[in-house]
Design a protein around this ligand. Structure first.
Ligand SMILES: Nc1nc2c(ncn2[C@@H]2O[C@H](COP(=O)(O)OP(=O)(O)OP(=O)(O)O)[C@@H](O)[C@H]2O)c(=O)[nH]1
Ligand SMILES: [Mg+2]
Length: 269
């Protein structure tokens, strides 16, 4: 299975992000804490490179926080900051303080002129990483639509957060011809690639192998004595109408277990 999902709206979105850039003071780069490195999109990283960046490592409630902390070295540097976050429940002041800190040069400059600066923030990231949830959290209102599948937001929009901050929500973007298929698979595991373009049996088998290597005890606890997706199907007694072992059902249920943290809190880098 070769994973390559780059629909037209993403191509347009990347162009729009580039066009909006001149108005933007700060970029919030939303990453998925279950795959903090693999949810970096080289196209976005390139676009964002000259702006102050807040790496918002989101969905920390679903991830292995200890592993995430080992990876934080990738998100530090001049004009960079990071925050481990849960957009569906943490308080927005954590993010607002980081924004104000990254924009303090502009805020001070305007203050000296007696004007309150408007800080414009653009939120970018791969699909389903929680950008719109973050925007709603910052606005304290459901101003944009969110949903647990890739590709919910289709075009960018500016929203007013208040306190001199404006925010631009963007559609999740991937990149054409993802050469590193290990990364593409990780994006698929967490739901950043549309499920409909994936072959679930092979995807589940790959995920099984990775979790077996990295978190063997968690796997054993949830699926005792299972060495494969087929073993899971037998354990759960999944059979098709024709009486055969239902690998497809076992595959969906395994990936779903991972996504819902029923196996445990896992980070795959
Ligand atoms: N557990 C958990 N779920 C989250 C968090 N942030 C967002 N979600 C959920 O993740 C799903 C995707 O959230 P969205 O905010 O729609 O993601 P998005 O990045 O805007 O997605 P696109 O518009 O498709 O690019 C939704 O079901 C959210 O409720 C988080 O920090 N923790
Ligand atoms: Mg969205």
């Amino acid at each position: 299975m070769k994973i390559n999902w780059f629909p037209g709206h993403m191509h347009k979105a990347l162009k729009d992000i580039e066009n909006q850039l001149k108005k933007v003071d700060i970029i919030i780069y939303v990453l998925d804490a279950r795959i903090p490195l693999s949810s970096l999109n080289p196209s976005l990283t390139k676009i964002a490179e000259n702006k102050p960046i807040l790496f918002l490592i989101n969905k920390i409630d679903l991830a292995d926080e200890k592993r995430v902390k080992e990876l934080l070295g990738n998100f530090v540097g001049e004009g960079k900051d990071y925050l481990l976050f849960n957009s569906t429940s943490f308080k927005n002041d954590l993010v607002l303080n980081k924004i104000k800190n990254l924009a303090k040069g502009k805020i001070e400059k305007y203050k000296q002129k007696g004007i309150k600066a408007t800080i414009r923030v653009m939120v970018v990231g791969v699909p389903n990483s929680g950008k719109s949830s973050l925007v709603n959290n910052l606005c304290k209102k459901a101003k944009t639509v969110t949903g647990n599948r890739a590709g919910v937001t289709k075009c960018g929009q500016w929203l007013n957060v208040g306190d001199g901050i404006e925010i631009y929500d963007t559609p999740g973007t991937l990149y054409p011809n993802i050469e590193n298929q290990d990364i593409a698979k990780k994006l698929a595991f967490v739901g950043s690639v549309r499920d409909e373009v994936l072959e679930f049996i092979s995807l589940a088998e790959e995920l099984f192998a990775i979790i077996k290597e990295k978190y063997p005890a968690l796997l054993e606890k949830r699926y005792p004595n299972c060495e494969s997706i087929e073993d899971i199907a037998k354990l759960r007694k999944y059979v098709t109408n024709g009486g055969e072992i239902d690998l497809e059902r076992a595959s969906y249920s395994f990936v779903d277990d991972f996504r819902k943290t029923r196996i445990g809190k896992i980070t795959l880098d």
